[in-house]
Design a protein around this ligand. Structure first.
Ligand code: ADP
Length: 266
């Protein structure tokens, strides 16, 4: 197996001529068409576009959840195409935290159980860092809700638990697919601020898919998709917002993203 491990200064997400064609019966649908993009470490990028423009497909391609018809995705210097299924899964678990519109929490587990299991399946060595869990819970305002099952939580709380689950492994990259899609305005704003805070304070690279221009405005860069292609890009009009103090000692220096595993461990 040859693994392309590039310099740490290179983009953390690199897509080159990505194309995904679905076969729908006798019809072929090109959901993503020759998309190339580079996301630098620490960037917060939003991908916006109308329904059917290819956002979710691009998200699945960048997250290694589906394979490109052609083109390539390089994550933190490693080309997905050079990995087998097991290696790709390990790369995902080590580098990427996912947040989905429908939260995807396990209904039979408490909020804490959902966060713990994410740690357990991540393949990381050592115990769950309880001090970090405390900080995350405080940051996300879920301290008092950890014993509750998802059905006992509001949508906003469920999404904040899902974010804690995504962040517990301190992934270098957070991929969020319509994270505010099922939330009211107040909860949406809270979740967006959490994503922005984790991006700024944990040094994560965040890529968020949304059809909501207001949500996208907090990103440092907004990419507009149409008909499977990125047609325009601009700076987010709210990207410079100053966040209210978290009320916790939640500092990037204390909780850096996990160090990249050497290529041999993938
Ligand atoms: P968005 O997330 O912007 O709504 P999608 O990536 O879901 O866009 O879809 C892009 C296009 O690909 C649409 O025309 C959609 O119908 C089609 N598509 C998505 N998934 C599949 C699939 N599994 N099989 C066939 N066509 C698909």
């Amino acid at each position: 197996m040859s693994i392309v491990q590039t310099e740490p200064s290179s983009p953390i997400i690199l897509a080159e001529n990505l194309t995904k064609v679905y076969q729908a019966g006798r019809l072929q649908v090109t959901a993503v068409r020759e998309v190339s993009l580079a996301v630098e470490r620490g960037e917060f990028v939003a991908i916006v576009g109308p329904s059917g423009s290819g956002k979710s497909t691009l998200f699945y391609l960048l997250g290694g959840l589906t394979q490109a018809t052609h083109g390539r995705v390089v994550i933190d210097g490693i080309d997905f195409a050079t990995l087998n299924d097991g290696e790709r899964t390990r790369l995902r678990k080590q580098r990427i935290g996912f947040v989905f519109q429908k939260f995807n929490l396990l209904p039979t587990l408490s909020a804490l159980g959902n966060i713990e299991i994410a740690w357990a399946v991540s393949g990381r060595s050592g115990q769950l860092d309880l001090r970090y869990l405390d900080h995350l819970s405080e940051l996300l305002s879920i301290q008092g809700r950890l014993d509750h099952r998802p059905s006992e939580l509001s949508g906003g709380e469920q999404q904040r638990v899902a974010i804690a689950r995504a962040l517990i492994t301190r992934p270098a990259i957070v991929l969020a697919d319509e994270p505010t899609g099922n939330l009211d305005t107040k909860n949406s704003e809270a979740v967006l601020q959490m994503l922005l805070r984790s991006n700024r304070e944990l040094g994560q690279t965040t890529l968020m898919i949304t059809h909501n221009p207001e949500a996208a405005a907090i990103a440092s860069r907004i990419l507009y998709m149409r008909d499977g292609q990125i047609v325009r890009e601009e700076k987010g009009s709210r990207s410079d917002i100053v966040l209210p103090t978290a009320g916790s000692a939640f500092e990037g220096a204390a909780w850096p993203v996990a160090a990249s595993a050497p290529a041999a461990e993938i």
